[in-house]
Design a protein around this ligand. Structure first.
Ligand SMILES: Nc1ccn([C@@H]2O[C@H](COP(=O)(O)OP(=O)(O)OP(=O)(O)O)[C@@H](O)[C@H]2O)c(=O)n1
Ligand SMILES: C[C@](O)(CO)[C@H](O)COP(=O)(O)O
Length: 235
């Protein structure tokens, strides 16, 4: 595939988790809006001009249903679907192997965050182009305590705390440098920013919004439907 100048970003949508907190429901394929969770996620990236290709990492049993969803949603940037690993980071690594050669930016997104907005995807890609790496996130609203043996040991200064979301976007060369370091040191992280932090590089926090939730427990799908309906009313 040849990449045009503006289409410089490969997206890895990780969907290969076990959804253990979803009480046995396959959250990626749960109905949402006029499609399902993964359909909504793919559409948001399809609409972003800088996105060149979408690689989905999912359990083999879900591949046919995801391909079908991509077709129904008119996803033209669907590039590959591959199996995942036993941790989120391993799943991202599986997606990396399917990257096309021509892209210079890599965006990693939880397939389970279907309400991400295309404008915010564009903004975080832009910020990553400037800073090397960027993630969407939102300021923490509550006071956070660090607890050890049920005793509070610290209260971090709230203005310094953000909830980290996805997509997390990186310049390709920097990302591969960080992945190589993690592999050499057997590091396994719950988000991709930590890969970059581990090699002492900075990641920019792009302020997103609170509706970019991760579908994790059963009530989240009902919350997502409400947020979606509100978005439609506002449009
Ligand atoms: N081995 C894994 C673990 C997670 N993920 C993906 O990473 C995202 C964030 O993970 P989370 O929401 O915690 O999903 P699960 O791991 O499926 O949930 P649980 O912890 O409840 O099992 C999800 O889109 C999930 O499918 C993945 O691709 N491969
Ligand atoms: C990447 C992430 O969504 C940022 O909030 C989160 O870290 C995923 O973590 P999980 O352990 O897979 O739930």
């Amino acid at each position: 595939m040849t990449m045009s100048q503006t289409q410089d970003t490969s997206v890895i949508l990780v969907c290969a988790g076990n959804a253990t907190r979803m009480q046995g429901k396959n959250k990626i394929l749960l109905p949402l809006g006029d499609t399902n969770v993964i359909g909504m996620s793919m559409r948001a990236f399809e609409a972003c001009p800088r996105v060149a290709e979408i690689i989905v990492v999912a359990r083999p049993a879900d591949h046919d249903a995801i391909r079908e969803t991509a077709e129904q949603c008119g996803i033209t940037k669907f590039h590959a679907i591959v199996a995942g690993g036993s941790t989120r980071q391993e799943s991202v690594m599986c997606g990396l192997r399917a990257l096309s050669k021509g892209t210079t930016m890599i965006a990693v997104h939880d397939g389970a965050r279907p309400l991400v907005k295309t404008e915010q995807i564009a903004q975080v890609i832009q910020d990553a182009s400037v800073f090397g790496g960027a993630t969407l996130g939102v300021p923490v609203k509550d006071t956070i305590k660090v607890v050890n043996d049920r005793l509070i040991v610290d209260t971090p200064y709230r203005p310094h705390l953000y909830i980290t979301q996805t997509p997390q976007v990186f310049k390709r060369q920097l990302y591969f440098e960080a992945v190589t370091f993690a592999e050499e040191h057997a590091l396994d992280f719950t988000d991709d920013c930590q890969l970059i932090e581990a090699i002492n590089c900075k990641v920019y926090m792009t302020e997103g919004d609170y509706i970019n939730i991760k579908i994790t427990t059963p009530e989240d799908i009902a919350i997502a439907e409400i947020l979606l309906a509100r978005q439609k009313e506002e449009a």
